[in-house]
Write a protein that binds this ligand. Sequence first.
Ligand code: PEP
Length: 251
Amino acid sequence: MRQKLVIANWKMHGNLALNKQLLAACTEKLSSLKNVDVVVCVPYPYLAQAQSMLQNTSIAWGAQNLSKDSDGPFTGEVSANMLKDFGATHVIIGHSERATAYCESDENIATKFMQAKTHGLIPILCVGETLIEREAGVMQMVVAKQLDTIINTYGASVFAGTIISYEPIWAIGTGLAASAEQAQSMHKFIRDKVAEYDQTAASQLKILYGGSVNPQNAVQLFSMQDIDGGLIGKCSLNAQEFEGICQAAVR
Ligand code: PEP
């Protein structure tokens, strides 16, 4: 039985004062929730603030990207070990907003995935299709290709203990979430694909859904067999809505 998991992706939002309020509200509302793990992925400069406010609570914290290199002359980059210095346990890899804006290739994303894993961070790998790809009926092919880049380079066993977030690009920030059936069907496809190579990794793998999740649609989405929780953008910036989503995961 996989414990449900809800991850906040704050994106490039917040400041010291707002974060303080949001983190305080989250710890107050969420610390006592049983049967759901909660992680908050903050912008790099606020990792120290997350560390100081979340340590000794049940909420973990992480980042939204990392360098594909361990160390060296890479101006502006942040390494896995730097994230660990601030107590981060998780890192989002290959979010479509980054993949699109910064031309991150599947190969680059695969390297970052392994960089996180080998340094003891839990990668949250984002996969998903565009609206054109869904309308053309090739969404499984697109997601399979994203996974194959990792499987063909490192083997499917690397997915053990990691997280995949299915985030249809057309659902991110649009208010138009995938239906529970659409999401379940893709989640099952992802789990079955990993299971073709490694049954244990597939059964342990947490597969989250991301894309316009709110407290209302979360109830049905999280009731599906292969949906292990959510990656939450907009609603994670509102303590009440984020709590509602975490409550839906507990049900
Ligand atoms: C995201 O960007 O990871 C996301 C799921 O955003 P939103 O919840 O705002 O659609």
